[in-house]
Design a protein around this ligand. Structure first.
Ligand code: 4NP
Length: 161
């Protein structure tokens, strides 16, 4: 089981988009049983809220939906995850603050898997949810390719059993 948690500031736009996009990609590859995929916020601002309606609309445009309520990440989430995938540099600092600087080797910025170091375009301020979708889709696609190489033995084992 490969445990992934996507993280952003509010857990109502970028990280649930990543969670649902990545779940769909994993399902399409027939790998659902090998993954535990979740998302959470660094802040408490939106705890209990559903996906922000414009983010929900862009997901639905791409045939994706799912139940969601925002929650705040805990240190235990980081301890229990193989990959903590954040959307921007400020999320990265916030997660490291939560862990007291520990577990840095399992915390990644999503677009680092595409070979870029930039942040996911933040739709909260720009209003551009299509742009955020494109960034997140490409990040998730490259992240899955990375995991398929890095965790090849574990995935092959799951497929045989
Ligand atoms: P998210 O977007 O981090 O992608 O879920 C935001 C949601 C809420 C706020 C900021 C960004 N906020 O300031 O409440």
């Amino acid at each position: 089981m490969i445990k992934v948690i996507f993280v952003c500031l509010g857990n109502i736009c970028r990280s649930p988009m990543a969670e649902f996009i990545f779940k769909k990609m994993v399902e399409e590859r027939g790998l659902k049983l090998s993954f535990d995929i979740d998302s959470a916020a660094t802040s408490c601002y939106e705890v209990g809220n559903p996906v922000y309606p414009p983010a929900k609309a862009v997901l639905e445009k791409h045939g994706i939906s799912g139940f969601h309520r925002a929650r705040q990440i805990t240190k235990r989430d980081v301890i229990n995850s193989d990959y903590v995938v954040v959307m921007d540099s400020s999320n990265l600092l916030d997660v490291l603050r939560l862990t007291g600087g520990a577990f840095g080797e399992r915390i990644f910025k999503l677009l680092s898997f595409t070979g870029e170091e930039r942040d996911v375009a933040d739709p909260w301020y720009s209003g551009n949810f299509d742009r955020a979708y494109e960034d997140i889709y490409e990040g998730c696609r490259c992240f899955l390719e990375y995991i398929l190489k890095e965790k090849k033995d574990a995935i092959d084992y799951d497929l045989r059993h």
